[in-house]
Design a protein. Structure first.
Lengths: 375, 262
């Protein structure tokens, strides 16, 4: 079948609310539009510039209509109210108009301020978390103060359970990691030091490095992943199942019963875990020194107290108490913010682990600056 | 405790309540629940029934207005007053909200242990009494909430809500999620417990059968406030579109006939 050429006639009627009349005829198909392509496109472009309320379209004379013709028409007819067309053509036009709208939405220009807005949003979210975290800290301090007046309400059982879960139960994995890090650190230092014949300095490096920095860091990062995520998930699920609301309705303080014991327990457990991690790392160092540097264990143990001042050990222990407090605080903060849906729970746990590890690293940097002249 | 039937267990005046985004949910809302009645709160979805319950329970701070439960505001500086008011109130959450880490026994014993001053022996006796009141046997006490059916969760939660012999019981959709037979039995259970213990009830429900069987007065929440509060007959005549569609129609007539027969 040979296509009839598409035609588009425009006439203007004076003194009419809809002065412009566009009349399309012929086959508005790929083949039919070929002949008068330029002319039709030009007319359509002109029609598009006229306010849609001032154009009336008559499409009834159109023979065939395909997606190409419909797309041209739809672009020119956007917003037009007065359209006469057969039901079949109208359907095609509506479909194409719908699709072209999506395309236009995708073509929206990139907002040049978008990066600044994103940074601003992130800063606001950070500020909000900081504010709410401080508020939580304040409530913990207030409730702890209230407990001094009512010692009977002290959640001792939750506290001991917390110390067990975050302390004893965490020992195997934390000590294993400590042991392996001790081995690697000693081995790498030994390789370098051997060249200068300063073999014995390995005790200083590993001793101070592990006791003052690595021990507390390893213990608290593992605690953030292990205990922190568990705390967030527990509080989050309790929020989802309305258990937190049930506690509040019974007049039980959620802070005293759920948050305080977790925070205190981790602040107690983490120094103990750090101590064991230190021991495991030094055991690893001992082993490597014996076999790669030929330092006998007795000599290592004798040199250790001389190489590492005891204040380094105490700095490590007190730091880990602070890290434990911070990890649990961050975990509880995110746990209590969980909304009753699974997405929020998953997001809360992720944010909790990321934020608590970041928090530990920032705190560690602050301690390093404050205590740079000590030990 | 106090026996004056005209005492109000809940008094809400001029309540203004908004949700997080600042959208006003309730405006100038007034509601009073008497010591001796069962009040049912009804309203279309999105009318803020649950949010109103949260304010009454003290889980949410209103923007303005006063909410008194047993004459005490949740903001009262006296810790003891607030705690005592809380202990006179029992709440049955829609999904039970049982403590999933605790057994059935420990769940029901929780409020008693929390109050303190009761020996373990006495707690055991009270818990078993409460369990039998909700038609559970002592051996159910060892089960964990995860091993209970939906109906059992509700009954255990009811036993926990009644553990401290409250003067006010708040029910959020007590029969939601139960089949008609079980929900009828649950309603009978509440009726029987109420006959024994004479507590006031504030209930939110969509179930007309439950409403007709239990309710003394109905409060209709709509257009941000209580549009009507009265007996079922008074409220049913109200020409408000929600009331007409809620009580009218085949569903309403059937439930009414059923309620009258019962």
């Amino acid at each position: 079948m040979i296509a009839r050429d598409a035609e588009l006639a425009v006439e203007t009627v004076e003194n009419d609310p809809v002065p412009t009349r566009a009349r399309a005829s012929g086959d508005w198909t790929f083949a039919g539009l070929k002949t008068r392509r330029e002319e039709i496109l030009h007319t359509l472009e002109e029609l598009r510039r006229i306010a849609p309320s001032r154009v009336a379209w008559d499409l009834t004379p159109i023979g065939e209509l395909d997606d190409t013709g419909a797309l041209w028409l739809a672009r020119a007819m956007r917003g037009v109210v007065e359209v006469q067309a057969s039901a079949h053509h109208r359907e095609i036009l509506d479909r194409v108009a719908e699709a072209s709208r999506v395309q236009i939405a995708m073509q929206q220009p990139i907002d040049p301020y978008a990066p600044a807005i994103a940074v601003g949003r992130a800063a606001m979210v950070f500020g909000m978390h900081l504010r709410d975290g401080l508020a939580l800290l304040g409530r913990i301090v207030l409730e702890a103060g209230a407990l001094v007046r009512r010692p009977r309400d002290t959640p001792l059982r939750e506290l001991s359970a917390g110390v067990f879960r975050a302390g004893v139960a965490a020992l195997p994995v934390t000590m294993l990691v400590g042991f392996l890090v001790g081995i690697v650190l000693t081995y790498l230092s030994a390789l370098q030091l051997k060249r200068y014949g300063a073999d014995l300095l390995v005790i200083n490096i590993v001793g101070v490095g592990v006791v003052r920095e690595l021990g507390p860091m390893l213990a608290s990062i593992i605690a953030a992943g292990r205990s922190g995520s568990a705390m967030t998930a527990q509080l989050g699920v309790m929020r989802v199942t309305e258990e937190i609301e049930a506690l509040q309705v019974m007049g039980v303080s959620v802070i005293t019963r759920l948050v305080l014991p977790k925070v205190i327990a981790l602040a107690i457990a983490l120094p103990l875990v750090t101590f064991c991690t230190d021991l495991a790392a030094i055991a690893g160092a001992l082993l490597v020194s014996r076999f790669t540097l030929g330092i006998p264990p007795q000599a290592f143990m004798e040199a250790l107290p001389r190489a590492v001042e005891i204040v380094n050990f105490w700095i490590g222990i007190w730091k880990s108490a602070a890290f434990g407090f911070a990890v649990a605080l961050v975990a509880c903060h995110f746990g209590l913010r969980v909304l009753p849906n699974t997405d929020s729970l998953a997001g809360g746990v992720t944010s909790s682990v990321v934020a608590s590890i970041t928090c530990v690293i920032i705190l560690n940097a602050i301690f390093a600056i404050l205590l740079r002249n000590v030990g | 405790m106090s026996a004056d039937p005209n005492e109000h267990v809940i008094e809400i005046e001029g309540l203004v309540n908004a949700i997080g985004s600042g959208q006003i949910l309730h405006k100038n809302l007034n509601l009073r629940v008497r010591r001796d009645e069962v009040m049912t709160l009804v309203g279309g979805s999105g009318s803020g029934k649950t949010q109103l319950l949260r304010v009454i329970l003290g889980l949410k701070h209103p923007v303005a207005g006063s909410v008194l439960v047993f004459g005490v505001s949740w903001d009262d500086p006296s810790f003891k007053k607030v705690r005592d008011a809380r202990r006179r109130m029992g709440m049955l959450f829609q999904n039970g909200a049982l403590f999933s880490a605790l057994s059935v026994f420990d769940n029901v014993a929780f409020p008693l242990r929390e109050r303190g001053g009761v020996s373990e022996k006495k707690i055991r006796a009270i818990v078993h009494a409460k369990l039998s009141e909700v038609e559970l046997a002592p051996h159910h006490g060892t089960l964990l909430p995860a091993n209970l059916s939906g109906g059992m969760v509700k009954r255990v939660a009811l036993a926990r809500a009644l553990a401290l012999a409250p003067d006010l019981l708040i029910l959020d959709e007590p029969t939601a999620g139960l089949d008609p037979d079980r929900s009828e039995r649950f309603v009978q259970l509440i009726q029987r417990l109420r006959a024994d213990h004479r507590f006031a009830v504030l209930m939110v429900t969509h179930d007309l059968d439950t409403l007709y069987a239990l309710t003394d007065r109905v409060a209709v929440l709509g257009d941000q406030h209580i549009i009507a509060c009265g007996t079922q007959d008074e409220v049913r005549e109200l020409p408000h579109p929600f009331v007409q569609s809620f009580f009218g129609g085949e569903r309403g007539r059937r439930a009414l006939a059923h309620g009258a027969a019962a």
